[in-house]
Design a protein around this ligand. Structure first.
Ligand code: ATP
Length: 875
């Protein structure tokens, strides 16, 4: 290929040395460096090297996590390849945007993201150039305006890759692709975009700092206590302080969170929800209102024509082929077929899936069943002009050659078309004035169809005076129309939706339907999927437009059961604003160009991957590859699960602190009567060996039962709450401390040690002392294993999620135990850490440790559950 694929290449390779260095100098690492330098200065080289090793290990670990997180986000692009429309072999086809080459004829329509630089040949479009110029106001670009002597970006007949079409339709010739486009030039200059830290990361960073500050304070407080209480030399006290500091700084926390979010993004992608920002995962978890449209999200978007209604009456369509049952020659019915086949952009090809907008496909199928000519090429040959479907106006029109006349063909929502009609076509094909009783008959029929959950379109036409130029203004074309008939179509609800709606109910998530469709159709579908069971308050677009913003706010606050029908895209924006101002976390679906502002304004903008426009997809935070409402609920569930899991490993990592500090406190407070129960190096080894692997595994925990039975997390609630810290430090931490100290004293006293006895090198108690510190070390590890199992659930019993259900955690624990064995039995480590082999009986003693910690927490959770159940149902 001469030009290569049409895509942007990122400049240069990964700047990984710089990124690795960034990990080495982030603030928590700097704190550790400070400790290392202090240790070097006072001559404690081994501990200093150990601290440096910890810094290195952590930096490498964090770097690897970020790399993986970044890849997860980048990989999403592959799920949603950018498509483009081009003319190939004389036919318009949709191709992968990377396949565009200079010379291609591209077709650009409303909602498309433009995939190459194009010189327009025909038509006019409005273009949002903000990606290139930063200007938010759409610019008009037209083939009929030629500029000379203006900068390329301002030329009226050129449109550029990376911008998007917000209205109109045009054809043009591609003149630059890939890195040769204007966007390519900019991309070549710009650097990689940095991702902002998520609110969760920011919160955790704050807490990590708080802990770091407490550690520094504790470490420094330790110096006088150890010097005066335990009569240590100031230098030794400083060594202790620095080691303690290194052990307590929660340096592994942030990378584990980034990775947990990235894993969630990956899992969501396989389930049909592409999340574009890591932070969206946590926002999803606190979502408490879902504003959803109806067509395609709650329903299948596979419309089937069911019936036609004309002035002569109703005709049922059966799609088994052939003519509709019981029809007599009927001019009005013929006219319905003609308008339906002409005012349409869908295509039916024998043996192929129909292509085009599902509503239009249904209309075209109806035309086919009524015997009209549905050939797309002949239709296009006769078309003189088109006024596109406008979601604000809710109608579309075409002007076509019909014999020797031009005819306006219009279809749209009944409320939009009927007021533009002044006549009605009767059975003989006569145009008679449209009387008020006629209008009432039509409206009653529309309501009857809509109450059955059917979508209704009104068809109308007007023959233009001979030899008049077609009107170019929409208002001039779409007036004085002649009502021809109604088409009713069925779009069945998706089978998964009722369950998803029920899940939202128990999860305290409110669903508000905001649809462009008829109020009665909306209510009927909402009722069928269980969104409403009584008589919801239905606000129509007209009513909404008359309301002030504060009135909208009052409505959404006071009416629990509310449906917005015939709503304009602008209405979505007001509703999103009102809800957000009331402190709700709002997910909002949308698929059109005009939905983009509301998608941006909502906390989670949800765009449709299949039926939505590129513009909506770009404005959204989440794209549903299957367009399915149930996927939103699945994503919320995932968000909640991940948030829970983050809390789990925060408790796990924090629970370290108490067992790490206790031995030193005992030593210092005993005033020399008790030898140090854990050496500084053992503490650091524990830190390296036990922290990150199980914490990572905890981010993969399955969801706890009841996850979708509790109310959404309030927006302002922090990730770390008081009770969590109490559980970590004072419950789990204290338990592990008690066990480790019991092991230590048991081994020491068994050897004949009494308080105050010497245990230093050369004394007869030295071997027992080494065994005792090893016992403390292993006790801590055994205790942490119990902690890991205990924190797997917040309130439920472990049995309810399966004791062995997290394979990653089991692997992490095996890894931790193997490492512990190396630390205790490998002679090099015995020398460095001061550990020594333990008699098998002592090892047996350690076996109950995890069970005690885990069992105690299980009991605590049981009591909490029982208490909560009692409160819920007083005797
Ligand atoms: P939702 O907002 O739930 O997706 P919707 O698809 O009905 O519902 P819009 O696409 O804004 O919302 O359509 C609004 C109305 O415009 C429809 O109810 C229908 O009456 C009419 N309409 C939709 N598509 C067309 C079309 N291609 N041509 C003419 N009228 C249309």
């Amino acid at each position: 290929m001469q030009y290569g694929p049409n895509e942007l290449r990122r400049r240069g390779g990964r700047r990984w040395p710089a990124e690795l260095v960034r990990q080495l100098v982030h603030p928590l690492a700097l704190l550790l460096w400070l400790a290392a330098v202090l240790l070097f200065i006072v001559g404690s080289f081994v501990v200093a090297v150990a601290v440096v090793l910890i810094i290195m290990l952590n930096a490498a670990f964090a770097f690897a996590q970020e790399l993986q997180a970044e890849r997860a986000v980048e990989a999403l692009a592959e799920y949603l390849p950018l498509r483009a429309k081009a003319v190939r072999d004389g036919r318009p086809v949709e191709i992968d945007a990377t396949q565009l080459v200079p010379g291609d004829i591209a077709i650009i329509e409303e909602g498309d993201r433009i995939a190459a630089d194009v010189r327009l040949l025909a038509g006019a479009i409005e273009v949002d150039m903000s990606a290139l110029t930063g200007e938010a106001v759409p610019a008009l670009r037209s083939a009929s305006i030629l500029d000379v002597d203006v900068p390329v970006l301002r030329a009226h007949d050129l449109v550029f890759s990376g911008t998007s079409c917000t209205g109109g339709q045009a054809r043009g010739v591609v003149f630059a692709t890939g890195m040769m486009t204007e966007l390519g030039r900019i991309a070549a200059l710009s650097e990689r975009v940095e991702q902002d830290p998520s609110p969760l990361e920011r919160q955790v960073r704050r807490v990590a700092w708080l802990i770091a500050a407490v550690s520094v304070a504790l470490a420094f407080a330790f110096i006088p206590v150890a010097t005066f209480g335990a009569h240590l030399s100031p230098i030794n006290a400083l060594v202790f302080a620095a080691g303690l500091l290194a052990g307590m700084v929660p340096e592994g926390l942030l990378p584990v969170i980034t990775l947990a979010l990235a894993v969630a993004v990956k899992v969501l992608a396989t389930r049909g929800a592409l999340v574009k920002r890591l932070s969206a995962v946590e926002t999803l978890g606190s979502t408490d209102v879902i504003c959803t449209d109806k067509t395609g999200t709650l329903t299948e978007n596979r419309m089937r024509p069911m019936a036609v209604w004309t002035a002569t009456g109703r005709t049922d369509l059966n799609d088994t082929g052939g003519n509709p049952a019981g029809t007599l020659p009927d001019a009005a019915l013929d006219a319905v077929a003609r308008v339906a086949a002409t005012c349409n952009n869908a295509r039916l090809r024998p043996g192929e899936e129909p292509s085009g907008d599902p509503t239009e496909v249904a209309v075209l199928l109806a035309a086919q069943l009524l015997g009209a000519d549905t050939d797309a090429d002949r239709r296009e040959a006769g078309r003189r002009w088109q006024f596109h479907f406008d979601p604000e106006l809710k109608l579309m029109s075409t002007i076509d050659q019909h014999g020797d006349r031009l005819v306006v063909h219009t279809k749209g929502a009944p409320e939009a078309v009927l007021p533009r009609c002044s006549a009605l076509l009767d059975q003989q094909g006569r145009r008679v004035p449209l009387s008020d009783p006629d209008k009432e008959r039509v409206t009653a029929q529309v309501d009857a169809f809509a109450s059955d959950g059917l979508r209704v379109l009104t068809l109308a036409e007007r023959a233009l005076p001979i030899q008049r130029r077609p009107p170019h203004r929409r208002v001039d074309a779409e007036r004085d129309l002649c009502f021809v008939g109604l088409i009713a179509m069925l779009d069945p609800p998706r089978p998964e939706v009722p369950q998803a709606v029920a899940d939202c109910r128990t999860a305290g998530i409110r669903i508000i339907v905001i649809t462009g469709d008829h109020p009665l159709t909306a209510v009927s579908i909402a009722r069928r999927v269980g969104i409403t069971d009584g008589h919801p308050r239905v606000i129509s677009g007209e009513e909404l437009d008359r309301l002030h913003e504060y009135q909208i706010a009052e409505l959404v606050r006071d009416e629990p059961d509310i449906i917005f029908a015939r709503a304009s895209p602008e209405a979505k924006l007001h509703i999103a604003d009102a809800l957000r101002e009331q402190g709700h976390v709002v997910a909002m679906t949308g698929d059109g160009v005009n939905d983009a502002p509301a998608l941006r304004r909502a906390d989670i903008g949800v765009a449709m991957g299949r039926s939505g426009t590129d513009v909506a997809r770009e404005a959204s935070t989440m794209v549903l590859t299957d367009d399915n409402f149930a996927s939103i609920v699945a994503a919320v569930r995932s968000g909640r699960r991940i948030y829970d899991n983050v809390r789990k490993f925060i408790i796990y990592i924090f629970a370290h602190a108490t067992p790490e500090v206790t031995p030193f406190l005992v030593f210092a407070l005993a005033g020399g009567a008790v030898p140090l129960p854990l050496t500084i190096l053992q503490l650091l080894a524990f830190d390296v060996g036990s922290e990150t692997l199980p914490a990572l595994a905890l981010s993969r925990e399955p969801a706890e039962p009841g996850l979708m039975q509790r109310p959404p997390r309030p927006r302002a609630e922090g990730v770390i709450r008081g009770p969590m810290l109490l559980r970590a430090w004072l419950f789990l931490g204290v338990l592990v401390s008690a066990l480790q100290m019991a092991g230590f004293f048991y081994v020491l006293t068994r050897a004949g040690w009494r308080p105050g006895a010497q245990t230093g090198a050369g004394t007869h108690l030295n071997h027992a002392y080494r065994q005792a510190t090893t016992m403390t070390f292993l006790g801590m590890i055994a205790g942490q294993v119990g902690t890991a199992f205990a924190v797997r659930t917040q309130r439920a019993s472990l049995r309810s999620v399966g004791v062995l259900s997290n394979r990653y955690l089991l692997a992490g624990i095996v890894g931790e135990l193997l490492l512990a064995a190396v630390f205790v039995y490998a002679p090099v480590f015995q020398q460095i850490l001061g550990t020594t082999a333990l008699p098998p009986l002592d090892l047996l003693l350690l076996i109950p440790y995890p069970f005690i910690v885990w069992g105690a927490d299980e009991l605590r959770r049981y009591l909490i559950r029982r208490h909560a159940a009692r409160r819920r149902s007083p005797p």
